[in-house]
Design a protein around this ligand. Structure first.
Ligand code: 5AD
Ligand code: SF4
Length: 481
């Protein structure tokens, strides 16, 4: 009985969703009564900052907007409803969001009926929501990451001339059954779990996305089938720490873990590629490595953020693994999947990072030979333990280390890309190159963009490309059979 309660406790009751969908319908009918349908329908614009989880949430916000009778517009100035989905991971992300939100002021002056709603991780921090409430009077409502589904009632209240609303739900229940408005036909995000329990000492995520909650396997598979039927060719399974999947659902040792999710999605019919992110090195398992090795639909790519190569810094980051553990995981991964591309996140200038600690990170880069890294200068986040730690590293020291890190990684990336010369890669065509109309851009299994001449009619299809030229950042070639 107790486990049953646990299983349903993390889910929003279906009637709560039905209520919101009914509100959306009333809004849509209201617009229809004014003749505002099709081309004349009110416009919505969702601006997304931050990670793929936010991208996924924004597709739900878009789905709710469509259910309310809004149509997506490409220019913020044409919107009747602007939603900004914010990020809080680094100070820079917050500053960027605040500046865009500031620019809504003059749009509101031009269109007094404009609704401006702010969601996401930044406003889930109470002090940020309070700031928007007090200093940004043209913001109509805010809603935290646990309140995405409440969008229709927020809009309904605003359209009826109700007071501004600032939702701080902190409920973080899983909302199944919300509509989706997908932004790319062939790429898709599929959340398998939400939240994080790890409390890495620098990270704001556990405070703004709540504790780990897993979706039910049947809900994941239903959504995966829907995405495949809708044309998705590159599906990324998402979670803050995907390897924790199922721990909160577990009744018995036979319950599925993340490797079972990977295998079950791969077993679905259809020609698609499967990716996943993010894995925590303390939890990445041999079962998962075996699933990558066994399932041809899984991209030969593993994003395994190490953050630092120094044991002392890892300890202070509360990462719960050592550099030796990480290296042994890499060894097992390379042994099981020899053509794997490994990528990582690295933080430079964590409090107390010495030259020696930083050298250990450089050594880690040399040991693993990452295909690519995402590197960040440490940014103190108020409310996290690291922000209170002594020995904050001066910005000029962090910047200099950051440059050295990038220079080393560029050398390694170029060396890693050499292995593709003369090889034929299976590439999903993503679009026309931004710099040359005759060139297409796509992605193979590794995360590198691949450029090659071709017709735009190939967008969304898999093609074979023989690689003829490389840089540290891109691969170039020509289509072949
Ligand atoms: N400062 C800098 N980088 C951070 N990250 C998370 N929190 C911070 C912070 N406070 C980075 C980590 C994480 C990635 C998504 O963002 O490398 O893996
Ligand atoms: Fe942040 Fe660590 Fe959780 Fe990743 S695992 S979201 S870095 S606390």
């Amino acid at each position: 009985m107790e486990t049953n309660m646990k299983k349903t406790g993390a889910f929003l009751p279906p009637e709560a969703i039905r209520e919101q969908l009914a509100a959306a319908d009333r809004i849509r009918l209201g617009y229809a009564a004014q003749g505002r349908t099709d081309d004349n329908a009110p416009g919505y614009y969702v601006l997304t900052f931050g990670c793929q989880q936010n991208e996924a949430d924004s597709e739900r916000l878009g789905g709710l907007c469509a259910a309310m009778g809004y149509r997506r517009v490409d220019d913020m100035a044409d919107a009747d409803l602007i939603l900004v989905n914010t990020c809080a991971i680094r100070e820079h992300a917050e500053k960027k969001a605040l500046s865009i939100i500031g620019s809504c002021k003059h749009l509101r002056e031009k269109n007094p009926d404009l609704l401006v709603g702010i969601g996401g991780c930044m406003v889930t921090q109470k002090h940020r929501a309070d700031k928007l409430k007090n200093s940004y009077p043209y913001v109509t409502f805010t809603f935290d990451t646990g309140a995405v589904h409440l969008l229709p009632s927020l809009v309904e209240n605003a359209l009826a001339g109700g007071k501004r609303q600032f939702i701080h739900s902190e409920a973080y229940e899983i909302a199944e059954g919300l509509p989706l408005d997908r932004t790319s036909k062939h790429m898709a995000w599929l959340s398998v779990m939400y939240g994080c329990n790890n409390f890495c000492s620098y990270c704001i995520v556990p405070y703004v996305r709540g504790r780990e909650r897993s979706r039910r396997m049947e809900d994941i598979l239903t959504e995966a089938k829907m995405l495949i039927a809708d044309g998705a060719k590159d599906i990324t399974l998402l979670g803050q720490n995907v390897n924790s999947y199922g721990k909160d659902l577990a009744d018995s040792a036979d319950d599925p873990d993340f490797s079972d999710v990977v295998r079950a999605v791969c077993a679905l019919d259809g020609d698609f590629r499967l990716r996943f992110m993010t894995s925590h090195p303390k939890d990445a398992s041999d079962r998962l490595i075996a699933a990558i090795a066994d399932c041809p639909k899984v991209a030969r790519h593993f994003h395994l953020p190490v953050q630092s190569g120094s044991d002392e810094i890892l300890k202070r980051m509360n990462r719960k693994y050592t550099s030796a553990h990480y290296k042994s995981l890499i060894d097992r991964l390379k042994a099981a999947v020899p053509d794997i591309s490994i990528t990582s996140d690295i933080i430079v200038g964590f409090p107390g990072e010495t030259e020696e600690d930083f050298e250990a990170t450089l050594d880690m880069l040399r040991y693993v030979e990452y295909d690519m890294i995402f590197s960040f200068i440490y940014s103190p986040r108020p409310g996290t333990p690291a922000a209170e730690m002594p020995d904050q590293v001066p910005h000029e020291v962090s910047t200099a280390r950051f440059e050295r890190l990038l220079a080393l990684q560029n050398e390694i990336s170029l060396r890693r890309n050499e292995r593709f010369l003369g090889q034929t890669l299976r590439v999903l065509v993503e679009g026309v190159s931004k710099t040359d109309d005759n060139m297409l851009t796509g992605r193979g299994d590794p995360v590198r963009p691949v450029h090659f001449p071709g017709e735009s009619s190939l967008i969304g299809q898999f093609v074979n490309v023989k690689i003829e030229k490389i840089t540290p950042f891109t691969l170039e070639g020509a289509m072949s059979n």
